[in-house]
Design a protein around this ligand. Structure first.
Ligand SMILES: [Zn+2]
Ligand SMILES: [Zn+2]
Length: 283
């Protein structure tokens, strides 16, 4: 391991029960709501104990020890509900990671997303630039650009960057697993490129957004999100039946949206995603 202090040491952050021993991966849903309210937290998933997928308000439920173990943050896009915990996490873990000679937390995002984070959040006005702090040689954050189609190797985990179609440059992610991948669409409207890719990628679990009810279809279209009617058209393009979990529903709208989704027969098993839900994936 390459650490800040340039020494090789036993990694004190690796938990003894790590999923590595069991050859399985675990995804913990930290937040899956389209906005905040008591009990509603915005998008974030924890892959095993050291990879975050998006950094919404759900990250705030992690203990300081859990936060300090995170080495990678995969970011779907620049919207606040997906990124606001990056800077807060950096502030929280800086001392612990520095004391343990941990390398910077790597934030993986599209180049456009990185530019937006630099310009609008880590700009010294909204928040300090943690890619330069606590000092330039040993920052707590490091940004790394990704591209659609790229396969990220994160330890033994392989994550593919998927296309998304949103109001800002955006991606989804597929965590490679057997017998099929765990796929997260990110925020997206109708997304032909995604279905084209998934025709040759076996999908076991699909986490897909449905941000609005059908009577807000115009708003969904303008904001490049999905409503239940559009979701049905999208899911009809997924070739094989899958476990489908709906995410990004606004607080107070879950029953209405799920009832509109349930009104249509589907060959997929469709349920609402829930915060604190654990999903185990075979390696
Ligand atoms: Zn968004
Ligand atoms: Zn969002």
């Amino acid at each position: 391991m390459q650490g800040w202090c340039g020494t090789i040491s036993i990694d004190p952050f690796v938990r003894p029960w790590s999923a590595r021993l069991h050859r399985s991966m675990q995804i913990r849903v930290l937040g899956c709501s389209g906005s905040i309210a008591a009990g509603s937290r915005t998008t974030s998933f924890l892959l095993d104990d050291n990879v975050l997928i998006d950094a919404g308000t759900g990250v705030g439920d992690l203990t300081l020890d859990e936060l300090a173990r995170i080495d990678h943050i995969l970011v779907t896009h620049s919207h606040l509900d997906h990124v606001l915990a990056i800077g807060l996490l950096a502030d929280s873990v800086s001392r612990r990671r520095q004391a343990a000679c941990r390398p910077p937390v790597v934030v993986h995002a599209l180049a456009e997303t990185i530019a937006a984070l630099h310009a609008h959040i880590f700009n010294g006005v909204i928040w300090p630039d943690f890619t330069q702090l606590p000092d330039r040689q040993h920052p707590v954050l490091r940004f790394e650009a990704i591209e659609v189609g790229q396969q990220l190797e994160l330890g033994r985990r392989r994550v593919e960057v998927l296309p998304a179609c949103h109001t800002v440059p955006a991606v989804g992610f597929a965590v490679n697993a057997a017998p099929g991948a765990w796929v997260f669409t990110g925020d997206t409207g109708p997304n032909a490129a995604l279905w084209q890719r998934l025709r040759s990628l076996p999908v076991a679990t699909l986490v897909i957004e449905t941000a609005f009810r059908n009577d807000e279809a115009t708003l969904a279209e303008l904001s490049r999100h999905l409503c239940p009617a559009q979701l049905e058209r999208e899911l009809s393009q997924l070739p094989a039946p899958a476990e489908v979990f709906i995410t990004h529903i606004k607080p107070g709208e879950v029953d209405a949206v799920m009832s509109e989704i349930g009104a249509h027969a589907s060959r997929h098993r469709i349920r609402a995603l829930a915060a604190d839900q654990l999903m185990t994936l075979a390696d």
